[in-house]
Design a protein around this ligand. Structure first.
Ligand SMILES: [Zn+2]
Length: 248
């Protein structure tokens, strides 16, 4: 799939002399004719390390390109082939700013913590893209009209990140965790196992959650309850005692 992107960027720098803080405000908009979704980028980081790092190592072009590719990837992963299948956001807003959380999404707004990326050690663009795929999934996924448990919501977001190839070094290994709905990496690996049992499972689960949520969806799609599936999954990754004992 190819995308046609029209891209405009405006960069303002204002120096607040008394505090010598740098305020960066970048407003960018990209419009993809294929997707008919607009992307607005606002860079408002007073954290100088995070702001400088964004300019030097990440940039608005990379941000918009990643948002466009994430949108296409998510619609493919959810097998949402026509607009009627999808959530009907027309614009997705991205804010790079000073926040407490690493990142969060509310409706069609994604917020990234500049301080986190300013001090991130390792492949900062890979981490940035991985977090962006996770947050973009929140923008596009169905949530059972609020009935879907948080752990499953977060697990699906990390499942998309996993399938996109952005698994960070801080993730647990496949088979780890105590509960299927623990969320994030734990649930992502479990959903990957479930999807291996039936190709398209995650897409079908997401589709069912358009209007409601019930654990019965697992039985309907895979013929087993989610607790039984979790037991099967854990049995698949039964630990080797010597390794388990030395892992702390
Ligand atoms: Zn999340």
């Amino acid at each position: 799939m190819s995308f046609t992107t029209f891209y405009h960027a405006y960069l303002y720098k204002m120096y607040d002399t008394p505090a010598l803080t740098v305020f960066l405000c970048v407003l960018a908009a990209a419009f993809s004719a294929t997707h008919a979704v607009r992307y607005n980028i606002t860079i408002a980081a007073t954290n100088s390390t995070g702001g400088t790092r964004f300019q030097n190592e990440i940039g608005t072009n990379f941000t918009v390109e990643t948002m466009v590719s994430a949108t296409g990837f998510i619609w493919d992963t959810f097998n949402e082939t026509v607009p009627e299948d999808r959530r009907n956001w027309t614009t997705v807003h991205f804010f790079y700013e000073d926040t407490q959380l690493l990142a969060y999404t509310s409706g069609d707004e994604i917020h990234f913590n500049a301080g986190y990326f300013g001090k991130y050690e390792g492949n900062v663009t890979g981490e940035f893209a991985g977090v962006l795929y996770h947050e973009m999934t929140h923008v596009w996924q169905w949530d059972g009209n609020g009935a879907t448990p948080t752990g499953l919501i977060e697990g699906i977001a990390d499942y998309v990140r996993l399938k996109a190839g952005y698994v960070p070094s801080h993730w647990v290994k496949a088979g780890a965790g105590d509960r299927w709905d623990q969320g994030y990496d734990v649930t992502a690996w479990f959903l990957d196992y479930c999807n291996g049992l039936r190709d398209g499972f995650v897409a079908k689960l997401n589709k069912k959650m358009r209007t409601n949520y019930t654990e019965d969806y697992f039985v309907e799609l895979l013929g087993k309850g989610v607790d039984q599936l979790w037991q099967d999954y854990k049995a698949n990754y039964a630990p080797v005692p010597a390794i388990a004992a030395s892992s702390g």
